[in-house]
Design a protein around this ligand. Sequence first.
Ligand code: GTP
Ligand code: MG
Length: 214
Amino acid sequence: MSMVAKPPPDPNRVIEASFAAGATRADQLPAPVTVEVAFAGRSNVGKSSLLNTFMQRKSLVRTSRTPGCTRQINVFACKLHDGLTLNLVDLPGYGYAKLSKKEKSTWGDMLEDYLRTRVTLRAVMVLVDVRRGVEADDLELLDFLRETRGEARPSLPAVTRVVVATKIDKVVASKRKPALEAFKNASGIRPLGFSAVSGEGRDELWARVRAALA
Ligand code: GTP
Ligand code: MG
């Protein structure tokens, strides 16, 4: 008989994760039943990689070294060990230079519509590469979310905005705090650091999701 105490069960362990839908039009999205958290940010910032690590799946979400990989709204259904059930939504990246003007505006419209009108949306994680820092596009998105889905807009449920500094493993430990401080100053939002490689930040990100759903 082993006398080693069993570690307590991890409430953030993902017991089910599956691809639910890929949408290029609003009518291809799942019926708005389950609460959703969306992941946005520049192309190549690490949205899809973060989602794999967040859901503890190796390659459920397609990732690529080349920017512009995710070209539709991909919805993943997810269930945690403690029973929490939600959709995680991988959004196409913005700021991708190789797109034609027409493609850019179509995607922009689709993204905007989704963020503005999705009734089940409760939080948007705005991902920013820790080495790039918060840029104009990121601030524009944060402002758009505050204006369209802030507390002052009671027609739809409010959307919590979270700023995530990605690829934190690329910055030495001593430089992380100042980097996050700069994110805070630029965005006015307390950020958290995340690494899809090491899993650092995973529990804190789940805590932010839970707070947004509470
Ligand atoms: P688009 O779909 O094009 O918008 O990109 P994305 O934001 O989904 O980025 P993706 O997850 O595909 O990752 C882009 C590149 O960054 C890949 O080469 C990943 O391996 C790398 N990457 C993502 N997250 C991390 C991280 O936390 N640490 C490190 N070192 N590399 C990362
Ligand atoms: Mg992607």
